[in-house]
Design a protein around this ligand. Structure first.
Ligand SMILES: C[S@@+](CC[C@H](N)C(=O)[O-])C[C@H]1O[C@@H](n2cnc3c(N)ncnc32)[C@H](O)[C@@H]1O
Length: 187
């Protein structure tokens, strides 16, 4: 993840990692439920909405949100149902799969304030992700799963403490950080 102008987050290593994980994991879940519905929080350029579609999820079962209106309008133009929402604020209903590649970097005074929305997860970096996992349980269907990205640059999250079984289903070692994708299931 690197600092950006405040338009739409363009795919980086984190985006490619989670989109590849989704393309590997979603078909396995679809085998048991052809009608599964998918929610992505923080859609950015739409890379993961496209991964969900490519994996076989029906377009009408895909919903995307972002706090950034430009990202929402961009993904609506790609043909996806999307709404502007701060995490789950404007989300209704429950989902089989919820994905989030969150802003996860710790606050850095050198970063322009405008671009922090795409990159900064809070003082320690993990605050927004913790808020997400605390709220996500209310929007998961029974046996639903969450896919979420973390970075070794932000404070580690004890998923167990928040009531989830966590499995690392993908990772990438960069020279300065390790990115992980976690599959979370409510205990
Ligand atoms: C790291 S980017 C990921 C974008 C895209 N999913 C990808 O993988 O390339 C994080 C995205 O989350 C959005 N975001 C940040 N805070 C948010 C919030 N509170 N609620 C919803 N989206 C948020 C940002 O606008 C940005 O598009």
């Amino acid at each position: 993840m690197c600092y950006k102008m405040p338009e739409i987050y363009q795919p980086e290593e984190d985006s490619y990692l989670i989109s590849e994980v989704l393309k590997k994991e979603l078909p396995k879940i679809l085998k048991f439920n052809h009608e599964l519905n998918f929610l992505e929080i923080g859609i950015g350029s739409g890379i993961n909405l496209k991964a969900a579609l490519k994996s076989g999820i029906k377009k009408e079962n895909i919903l995307g949100t972002d706090i950034n209106e430009e990202a929402v309008n961009h993904c609506i133009n790609l043909g996806f149902d999307c709404i502007k929402s701060d995490l789950f604020d404007k989300v209704n209903g429950k989902f089989n799969v919820i994905a989030f590649n969150p802003p996860y970097l710790p606050e850095d005074e050198k970063e322009p304030v405008d671009s922090r929305r795409e990159t900064t997860g809070g003082e320690k970096g993990n605050e927004l992700t913790i808020k997400f996992i605390q709220e996500a349980g209310d929007y998961l269907k029974e046996n639903g799963v969450i896919f979420v990205v973390t970075s070794s640059l932000s404070k580690r999250i004890g998923f167990d403490y928040f009531g989830y079984n966590a499995e690392e289903v993908g990772h990438k070692n960069l020279f300065f950080e390790k990115l992980s994708v976690w599959k979370l299931e409510v205990k």
